[in-house]
Design a protein around this ligand. Structure first.
Ligand SMILES: [Zn+2]
Length: 339
C-alpha cells in the first residue's frame, strides 16, 4: 500500500486542484481529434502531469505478455459525484497489476488523460433492453452468442467522442470514469413471466462473450468505471472488469457455473473478496483463456509488439481461438417444467 500511495497523485492535493493545474496548462500536447459521428464537440484530452506513467510502468519486462491500458478521466464530473476519484482510479489500477502478477500478465499504463466530456455522456444506458430471456435450452454463453447485448446509440456516441483514433484501438483497453452506467436485463418475475430490471453498475466491461459482434471493433476495449467508493470495490473492481474482458467469462469459478450475479468467495470473477485466477479444466481454463486474449502482446528483440491471434468469431465464449479451453455445461431451468 505504501509504495502504491507514493506514486499516485499527492494525497494532500485535492483532485479539483489537479484539474485546475491541468486545464490551466498551455503546453497540452497530444491533442488529437476523434471520430465523433454526430458532430458533437470532441474532447480535448490532456495528459495528467501529476501521474508518473514511467514510474507506474517501471516493473514491466520485455518478453512478458502485456496489455495496453489507457485511462480517460473527465474533468467535468459533477461536484456531488465522489464515487470515482483520480487517486482511486490509479490505486485500483495498481491493485489490478498485483492481482494479475501471478499470471505473468503485466498491465502497461499507456496514458492517463483528462478533459471536458459532453455532460450528457456522464450517465448512460449501456445496452438496449433485451427482448429474449435466457431459458433452459442453451447455457448463458450459447444464449449470448445467439442474442448478443446491443449497446445503445447513446453509449456508442459517448465512446466515439471519448476514445481517440489509434491503429491499435481494437487491441487496447480504455478505462473510462463516468458517473452512472445502467445495465438493463431480464429476470424471472413469477410463474412464466419475466420482468426488466436495470442495475446501476460500479464497473462494466462490455465483454465480447456478451456483446460479440454488436460492439464496433474499435470500441470493444472500453470499460466504464463508476464506483470505487468502498474498500472492496476500489481494490478489486478494475481487476475484475479486466478479467471479464481478458478472460472473456462471466461470473464463474471452478465448479460454479456462470450467472448474472454470483456472490461467493475465491475467484476474481465472483462477487466477493477472492482474487484467484485458476487454471486447467477444474479452473474453467481462466489462466489459459487469459493468455490467449487478443489484447495481449509480447515485445520481441527488435522492439515490435507481437500480438496474440484475434478472435475468429467476434469473441463469443466458444470462439475458435479458445480451442478446447472452454466448458460445456447445461443451463439450469429457472421455471417449473409443468408451466
Ligand atoms: Zn462482473
Amino acid at each position: 500500500m505504501k509504495s502504491i500511495r507514493n506514486i499516485v497523485v499527492k494525497k494532500t492535493m485535492p483532485v479539483l486542484l489537479v484539474f485546475l493545474y491541468v486545464t490551466g496548462c498551455t503546453n497540452s500536447y497530444n491533442l488529437s481529434s476523434n471520430h465523433n459521428a454526430d458532430s458533437k464537440p470532441n474532447v480535448n484530452w490532456r495528459h495528467i502531469d501529476s501521474i508518473d506513467i514511467n514510474e507506474i510502468n517501471s516493473d514491466l519486462v520485455n518478453g512478458k505478455p502485456t496489455v495496453d491500458i489507457g485511462i480517460y478521466f473527465p474533468s467535468n464530473l459533477d461536484s456531488t459525484f465522489t464515487r470515482v476519484t483520480l487517486n482511486k482510479m490509479i490505486e485500483s489500477f495498481l491493485f489490478a497489476k498485483k492481482i494479475f502478477r501471478p499470471t505473468d500478465v503485466q498491465l502497461n499504463l499507456l496514458f492517463a488523460k483528462t478533459g471536458n466530456v459532453n455532460s450528457s455522456y456522464l450517465s448512460i444506458q449501456a445496452n438496449e433492453v433485451p427482448g429474449i430471456p435466457e431459458t433452459e435450452y442453451v447455457n448463458l454463453y450459447e444464449n449470448s452468442r445467439r442474442h448478443p447485448s446491443i449497446p445503445t446509440t447513446h453509449a456508442l456516441d459517448a465512446f466515439r467522442s471519448i476514445i481517440e483514433i489509434d491503429t491499435n484501438n481494437s487491441r487496447t483497453i480504455y478505462l473510462i470514469a463516468l458517473q452512472d452506467v445502467f445495465y438493463p436485463y431480464l429476470t424471472l418475475s413469477e410463474g412464466r413471466n419475466w420482468m426488466m430490471k436495470t442495475v446501476r453498475t460500479g464497473g462494466l466491461s462490455f465483454p465480447s462473450y456478451s456483446y460479440v459482434d454488436q460492439i464496433p471493433k474499435e470500441l470493444r476495449g472500453v470499460i466504464t468505471i463508476t464506483n470505487l467508493s468502498t474498500e472492496e470495490r476500489f481494490r478489486k473492481t478494475i481487476a475484475h472488469e479486466l478479467g471479464h474482458k481478458l478472460i472473456n467469462v462471466s461470473h464463474e469459478y471452478n465448479d460454479v457455473n456462470p450467472g448474472f450475479e454470483v456472490f461467493a468467495e475465491g475467484g476474481l470473477m465472483l462477487y466477493g473478496s477472492g482474487e484467484d485466477i485458476p487454471s486447467g479444466k477444474e479452473g474453467r481454463w481462466h489462466l489459459e483463456r487469459l493468455h490467449l486474449s487478443p489484447y495481449l502482446y509480447k515485445i520481441d528483440e527488435s522492439g515490435n509488439k507481437i500480438w496474440n491471434d484475434d478472435y475468429k468469431e467476434a469473441g463469443h465464449y466458444y470462439d475458435p481461438i479458445y480451442d478446447n479451453n472452454v466448458i460445456h455445461f447445461l443451463p439450469e431451468p429457472q421455471i417449473n417444467d409443468d408451466w
